[in-house]
Ligand binder design. Structure first.
Ligand code: FES
Length: 237
């Protein structure tokens, strides 16, 4: 489990288009990531207080999101504002959804499950990000960190080169080889599963390098999933 205060990536920014929503997991906790029509990202608990429908199945209407099941509408603060079956009802303030911080940096959407989130704690690779892809991988955070520490990266016009690796924050790394710089931010999805959100930083040229890094990432997933998981030691041993 990551520390409650840590900023955690939940998606690449470009994947959540204005007016859309998607589900995300952090250590098994179900979240909805949605973007209003003006482009602001929101991250909430993925559960309607009425009958528990996932809000990630809902519809974005302007700066509100409406539940798929009975159409209750929630404003950007998570407060229910409209119940279609009772259009004249002044909705009680207690009908609201838990909301979390949502910030974007380096082409990645981040959240922090603590209430007093300080955006200074979000990792920053200091450059212009080009999205590559998100990978869901059956391995632990520790396995990924160990493999990335000795990774090689695609570079323009030559074979892969060993990368210099800097840990920006636990679970976030900057890998550099030649002119290739990539940021990888890991999301703890569930026990034994993580998501790696990958962006190129200050990429030059056309689409060749992003494609090469996307292929590299796919091979990385295969390598990570081939590493045997450590055998848990029983507490009585
Ligand atoms: S379950 Fe969401 S409006 Fe009924």
């Amino acid at each position: 489990m990551m520390p409650e205060r840590a900023w955690i990536p939940v998606a690449l920014s470009h994947v959540i288009e204005a007016g859309t929503s998607a589900g995300a997991l952090i250590d098994g906790a179900e979240l909805v990531v949605w973007r209003d029509r003006k482009g602001t990202a929101h991250i909430w608990e993925d559960r309607c207080p009425h009958r528990g429908m996932r809000m990630s199945f809902g519809f974005v209407r302007g700066d509100h999101i409406a539940c798929l099941y009975h159409g209750w509408q929630y404003d950007a603060a998570g407060q229910c504002r409209h119940i279609p079956a009772h259009p004249d009802l002044e909705v009680p303030a207690t009908i609201r959804i838990a909301t979390y911080a949502a910030e974007e940096r380096n082409g990645i959407i981040w959240t922090c499950l603590a209430e007093d989130a300080d955006i200074a704690g979000i990792p920053d690779a200091a450059g212009t990000a080009t999205p590559v892809r998100s990978l869901y991988v059956d391995c632990s955070m520790e396995t990924a960190a160990a493999a990335l520490a000795r990774a090689s990266l695609p570079v323009e016009g030559g074979p892969d080169e060993p990368a210099a690796v800097a840990e920006l924050l636990p679970g976030s790394w900057l890998l550099c080889a030649g002119a290739t710089r990539i940021m990888i931010a890991a999301q703890p999805v569930n026990r034994g599963k993580i998501a790696l959100h990958i962006v190129l930083i200050d990429a030059r040229g056309g689409s060749a390098l992003p494609k090469a890094v996307a292929r590299w990432a796919a091979a990385l997933r295969l390598r990570l999933e081939a590493i045997p998981a450590p055998i848990a030691t029983p507490e009585y041993a």
